[in-house]
Ligand binder design. Structure first.
Ligand code: SF4
Ligand code: SF4
Ligand code: FES
Length: 259
């Protein structure tokens, strides 16, 4: 006589918990039940979607996963990064794999680092109506309307500094009634600031000089002659920079630094 093995009580309780914590979501109109603890990105994969576009770092950095959602009975369109936003019951979800924003073409070397450059390349900046939707949409909590206002005033440094955390997700532009492409204005200001206005870093200039002067070439040639095992041994024995080291830290063995 065969006997069906009964499941251990703990396993049954666990399975019931998991079942109880499933929530319904809608992806492009189709209903799925997914664990309540998942981010939208993981829920999409749980539902069987293979993310080829609209997914990059999975850590809130690359801005590839801009997502739009809404709840039934609510007129509000909500936005977020799929890798950072946890699912909620009855979410209607659609992803923005790419937002087709206006992008000026320029040569940063010859572009004048003056406030008027933004207006010349993105004259639509003056169409801003000050509604604040961009600021409310930004998953990085940037005062987007604030930096657009600084762009209108021609304050390049302020635009560069206040847009610094932008991940280029495009959610602000997707919601803007004036059809601004805020993130392209921000990156233009940051490029101009970094290329022409920011104080030069002395250590970087020195490092470039050393590379151009072939200071490391001898050590590099020596490394290129070694086989894989020898390279692994060197790698494993390398002195690692301590976590809280200050910027003057250098390893005891400086042979690979050309010294
Ligand atoms: S959403 Fe557009 S119009 Fe509204 S404040 Fe932002 S940039 Fe201006
Ligand atoms: S400024 Fe716009 S593009 Fe940049 S992170 Fe915020 S919403 Fe995304
Ligand atoms: S996948 Fe990179 S920000 Fe979400």
């Amino acid at each position: 006589m065969s006997k069906t093995a009964s499941k251990p009580k703990k396993a049954v309780a666990k399975a019931k918990d998991a079942e109880a914590s499933l929530v319904p979501i809608f992806v492009m109109g189709k209903r799925y039940e997914v664990p309540a603890s998942l981010t939208i990105q993981k829920a999409l994969e749980y539902a069987g979607y293979q993310l080829v576009r609209g997914c990059g770092c999975r850590g809130g950095i690359c801005g590839a996963c801009g997502t739009v959602y809404r709840f039934p009975g609510s007129y509000r369109i909500e936005v977020g990064l799929a890798c950072q936003t946890v699912v909620q019951p009855e979410m209607y979800i659609a992803q923005l794999p790419f937002f087709p924003g206006n992008k000026a073409v320029y040569d940063i070397e010859t572009l004048p680092a003056v406030g008027g450059t933004i207006a010349a390349l993105y004259p639509e900046v003056f169409k801003c109506v000050g509604c604040g939707t961009c600021t409310r949409s930004c998953p990085m909590d940037i005062d987007v309307m604030g930096y657009i206002s600084k762009a209108i005033q021609g304050d390049l440094t302020a635009v560069a500094q206040s847009s610094f955390d932008c991940v280029m997700c495009g959610l602000c532009a997707a919601r803007c009634p004036a059809e601004e492409v805020q993130y392209n204005i921000g990156i233009l200001a940051r490029r101009l600031y970094a290329r022409h206005l920011a104080p030069k870093a002395k250590h970087l200039a020195e490092a470039v000089k050393n590379v151009e002067g072939k200071k490391f070439d001898k050590a590099l040639q020596e490394l290129k002659k070694k086989d894989l095992e020898a390279l692994k041994k060197i790698y494993k024995s390398l002195e690692i920079e301590p976590d809280m080291a200050d910027e003057s830290w250098t390893p005891t063995d400086k042979s690979f630094l050309g010294e």
